[in-house]
Design a protein around this ligand. Sequence first.
Ligand SMILES: Cc1cc2nc3c(=O)[nH]c(=O)nc-3n(C[C@H](O)[C@H](O)[C@H](O)COP(=O)(O)O)c2cc1C
Length: 398
Amino acid sequence: MFKIISITAGESHGKGLMGILEGIPANLPLDAAYINRHLKRRQKGYGRGGRMKIESDTVEIISGVRWGRTLGSPIGLFIRNRDWENWKEGMSDSPGSEGSIPPVSRPRPGHADLPGILKYNQDDIRNILERSSARETAARVALGSVARAFLEFFNIRIGSFVTSIGKRSLDLSTSELSPEELQALSERAETSDLHLPDESREADFRALIDQARDEGYSLGGIFTVFATGLPPGLGSHIQWNRRLDARISYAFMGIQAIKGVEIGGGFMMTRRPGNEVLDEILPEDPPLFRRETNHAGGIEGGMTNGMPVIVRAAMKPIPTQRRPLRSIDILTGETVEAAYERSDVCAVPAASVIGEAALALVLADAFLEKFGGDCIEETRRNFDGYMDSLSRRFRDTF
Ligand SMILES: Cc1cc2nc3c(=O)[nH]c(=O)nc-3n(C[C@H](O)[C@H](O)[C@H](O)COP(=O)(O)O)c2cc1C
């Protein structure tokens, strides 16, 4: 049923992160520089910790690409951890290095630490935190950029912007924005280290993060990710797990610290009557049907309807805080302060880039499910044929 398989491996302070993507057709133009550009975007952002200054991620394409084009075989990617030199002993696979660094024993509220050691029978929280860390998302962004390159081949564009951090929030509704207006917001956000589309609010948002850093606590926020240029009919109404909105929510909830996902108007729609939030269907050049609003966020009945897909995601505050919360030492049973390791104060701008990767992976999967193709030329033929047949079908009706 699903056409793309993606998997990541790697620990935060291990040798590096790996990703494998299977299902991308042959002959898609792809180079490492394109992936690196998106890896760099993930690392930026006001409020990130010292780690991001150490890591400057670059990808090594291990397999699946020859002379700038995909081969149709699994695409293997590797991102080396620059910090590995300092962790060779502490993260060694050799039993001889056991005990070379002290165990982490004070679980952080909100992290995977406590449930992880209980489930995996560990005495050292490091054996959990190394993998639960959002460093893993470097591999996900690398894989997502391959999916994104595939979508761009069909003029499908993905973008994002941050709309709130802590109590600071932009008053911004996406329900009436055209694809061009969405793109413009994303381009504006791209020039901001807060990934904010409104320059006039930057100082205000920045001050909030500065205050959190000074006082030793962390912040979450909300971001929007969208895709434009999608054909109608990706996803399906026929089974719950084929609904595109279900698949998007799954992928977004799979991002560390994401605790809420909305499609289009989401929760807002519960407060307004149907005649205000259901998007009327109006004629346009076939195969398109014009909508003056997009409260549905581009998805009806689990399928794209031709309008931009719009996703909003909520990120909770980062669990590692310089002023730690109370916890229990798992080795001594004492009440202690939770562990602190160099950490982000706010990572909402980075999360929006990770959200783009999550959306790209889901959409590329749904696109290939509909159009198939072992090589990109075949996918193109199938796509063009579908779009032509939709145009022809409605040409005489309107
Ligand atoms: C881009 C990004 C950066 C993050 N940076 C940190 C960090 O520096 N320190 C931390 O404790 N958590 C960080 N997190 C959040 C944790 O990874 C996450 O809260 C943890 O894995 C527990 O998962 P859960 O919050 O989904 O339950 C980050 C998350 C993202 C998406």
